[in-house]
Design a binder for this molecule. Structure first.
Ligand code: FES
Ligand code: FES
Length: 163
């Protein structure tokens, strides 16, 4: 019987936050692994590593995805956005500002994932109802149970963008 190769690799172009990266990836590597361990973008967190907690949420072509459950190979040639692409410590974007002002995080582990899901929401709906906010964040889990303040943060960001 023919022996299977131990690993395969391929070269892909990964566009992350507007910058192209030419990367050699093992076929089995997830997008989360490449973001964190190859590109050093540690905003997306590894929580459950099985598509259940949303801590690893990033946007691919504008849609929130669990980067732990998507192979890097699937993302070649597509647009990836991570929390690092929204703003930085010196220049927070409106959602980051709102989470800070409304105390929308406790330990903060889930926060990047919530912010990326909320980013996708506010880019498609600038004036969401509370039910729409809850529906948009349904794939994100907060172990600190800060849900009330997280929802208030998204409301505040929408209000701030409208003014
Ligand atoms: S780490 Fe990806 S969903 Fe939990
Ligand atoms: S703030 Fe700790 S998990 Fe959400």
């Amino acid at each position: 019987m023919a022996q299977l190769p131990i690993s395969y690799s391929a070269s892909i172009t990964l566009n992350v936050n507007g910058t192209d990266h030419q990367i050699e990836v093992d076929h089995r590597w997830t997008l989360l692994r490449v973001l964190r361990d190859v590109l050093g973008l540690t905003g997306a967190k590894r929580g459950c590593d099985r598509g259940e907690c949303g801590a690893c949420t990033v946007l691919v072509d504008g849609d929130p995805v669990c980067s732990c459950s998507m192979l890097a190979l699937q993302v070649g040639g597509r647009q990836v956005r991570t929390v690092e692409g929204l703003g930085d410590a010196n220049s927070l974007n409106v959602l980051q500002e709102a989470f800070l002002a409304e105390d929308g995080g406790q330990c903060g582990f889930c926060t990047p994932g919530f912010i990326m899901s909320a980013t996708a929401l506010l880019e498609s709906n600038t004036d969401p109802t509370e039910d729409e906010i809850k529906a948009a964040l349904v794939g994100n889990i907060c172990r600190c149970n800060a849900y009330g303040r997280i929802i208030e943060s998204v409301k505040a960001a929408a209000k701030s963008e409208a003014s």
